[in-house]
Write a protein that binds this ligand. Sequence first.
Ligand code: GLU
Length: 325
Amino acid sequence: CAAFPAPRKQAASPARLFAPQNERQPVMEELLERLLAECLPYTAQGRLADYIPELAKADPSMLGVYVIGNDGKESWAGDCRQPFTIQSVIKPILLLQALLDNGVEAVQRRVGVDAINPRDQSPYSGHINPMANMGAIVICSLIHGGSYAERFQRLLELTRLLAGDERIGIDEDVYHSEKSHGSKNRALAYLLKSYGLLDDDVEEVLDCYFRACSIRVDCRALAHIGAVLSNRGRLPNSSRQIFPAELARYVNAILTTCGMYDGSGEFAIRVGVPAKSGVGGGIMAVVPTRMGIGIYGPALDRKGNSVAGIQLLERLSRALYLSIF
Ligand code: GLU
């Protein structure tokens, strides 16, 4: 695909919005290459997501990593330019957009912050978390815009800005697959509607959610998003503030407690940084004040997280003392 050039080891294309300094980081790259080689065998232990046919077409043996420091320096290894869909890694961006549009108090009236097993979320208990599907569906309805097309466009623009890549768009095949196999999300959305938690037309809200999950990224894009969150809302190596530092703290805290599905506690112990995973195989990790990390590894563990990706992050965290705990 023209929008995503093949993996390469040279300066990023000048078409990039925020061209990196791209000074080579030989020590860091050597480390990433070594850890990647150590972790590649773990890809065989996972399974592709297959709740929609499109995701089951990925190559389970792929693994890539990209690191962007707050100083703008970039390092990478493996299949880091392979495009994949963002899936649940869009949830922190959805949350940011809703917080920017409505403020913390208004958002908290609809979705909470406490960690809870996503399968136990329910409108009856009032426990809806923005990192679980129900919460993210409600969040879609909180984004400002005259139409749902406009709301999605605003979300896409924010994603492009955070990812440092203005060419980011959606994967139409995955979007159609999500929409035509979306019974579970439809059920959740109608339940929300019946409890008065969704004001708008369910299908319109869901369409925005399915599009959001189908945004196509690569490891660099996820690393860049992580770097902005680690840099308290500022673009790496720049004075441009995208969102207030207070919101970075808010989102990072939720990622720490709820970002890795039911594996969030174990991830906190093994890796120890705020992160969000998606069933497309992506992980976006935030090392506050230091760096953002993007991972691609579509072979997932039983909790829906990239098996080899977590191994890689665990080793990187040990090597560079990344844990915040
Ligand atoms: N599109 C997916 C869904 O809502 C996102 C799942 C995920 O990445 O957790 O079912």
